[in-house]
Write a protein that binds this ligand. Structure first.
Ligand code: ASP
Length: 318
């Protein structure tokens, strides 16, 4: 089977000045991941490494550069899943850890559990020899600025995150930019990884869709894999990843149609916006977002196909 990797760098209201950094980061990520697949590596290794490269990159909302909660803390969370045995690892409320996706993978591989959160997840990370960085190491100037702006808008009475209404729907889901990757390897195994700092100005302890299976991440070799991004409170109530896969499985539609239709239905019904990347078991990809922008990329032969604006498809050599 021809291996395929697709990555996303977050759905949101990405300003023009941030577009080049996002595109460079997303291309970097796909080049790292596809090398693993082309050398016969596993989908699981490819998605983990693709996500790790974006966790290091401050252009994305996880690891270094993650969004801040109201206390100014970067609380990060992630999930990883493989579609052969439906095994998964999820972590939430980690701080000062650069690679939450790798902690999630350890939960999957080294414990009998699927989801660990908070200080106990920090202890687990320590027990697995993850470096806990000095407090505040993931906090960037841009993230601080975004929090200040959020607090100013709150002071003016604009609740743009937690209570989506018709009036503020333009703003919903525009403050985060999660990262994710979906891959199918030569053996037809599918894996998905998603990692995030959540949304700016979240209440400390808030958990989003990203570490929740069926919402931010899902992989099933018998159907496909999905990684989502956008307004977490909306995505988790809609079970977005699972609904996209059910569209493929039950309605028999393409990855693209299932991804597009499900996101449109969600935004129509619940207002919040989102984006998703999908690969079905045949290796067909689906990409769609109802937000203003979402950076995405995948490879086909020696071509790298990518975009960030609605309907945009750019190509270059790998
Ligand atoms: N889905 C993430 C969250 O709500 C944010 C994002 O994807 O931008 O936590």
């Amino acid at each position: 089977m021809q291996p395929i990797l697709i990555v996303q760098g977050g759905a949101g209201d990405i300003t023009d000045s941030r577009v080049p950094g996002k595109l460079t980061g997303i291309k970097n990520s796909i080049r790292i991941g596809i090398k693993i697949l082309e050398n016969g590596g596993s989908a699981l290794d490819a998605v983990e490494q693709a996500v790790r490269s974006m966790e290091l990159d401050e252009n994305f909302n996880t690891g270094y550069g993650a969004c801040l909660n109201t206390d100014g803390v970067a609380e990060v969370e992630a999930s990883i899943m493989e579609g052969k045995n439906l095994k998964a690892g999820c972590v939430t409320l980690l701080h000062d850890i650069m690679h939450p996706i790798s902690v999630a993978r350890k939960v999957m591989e080294k414990t009998n559990h699927t989801f660990i959160g908070g200080e106990q997840a920090m202890n687990f990370a320590r027990s697995q020899n993850f470096e806990v960085l000095p407090q505040g190491s993931l906090v960037t100037e841009n993230a601080k600025l975004a929090l200040e702006e959020f607090k100013e808008s709150q002071a003016k009475g604009l609740d743009t995150i937690f209570s989506p209404t018709e009036l503020d729907k333009k703003s919903v889901g525009e403050l985060g930019e999660t990262v994710g990757a979906v891959a199918i390897d030569v053996n037809g195994n599918i894996a998905v990884a998603t990692s995030t700092g959540g949304i700016t100005g979240k209440i400390p302890g808030r958990i989003g869709d990203t570490p929740i299976l069926g919402c931010g991440t899902y992989a099933d070799n018998e159907i496909g894999g999905v990684s989502t991004t956008g307004h977490g409170e909306t995505i988790m109530r809609y079970n977005l990843a699972q609904r996209i896969l059910q569209g493929i499985a039950l309605k028999g539609v393409s990855s693209q149609k299932a991804t597009e239709d499900t996101i449109k239905e969600m935004t129509q019904r619940l207002i919040g916006t989102a984006g998703a990347i999908t690969i079905d078991k045949k290796g067909d990809v689906g990409i769609y977002f109802s937000s203003k922008r979402m950076a995405w990329a995948y490879t086909q032969g020696n071509q790298l196909i990518y975009g960030i604006n609605p309907g945009e498809i750019l190509k270059e050599d790998l």
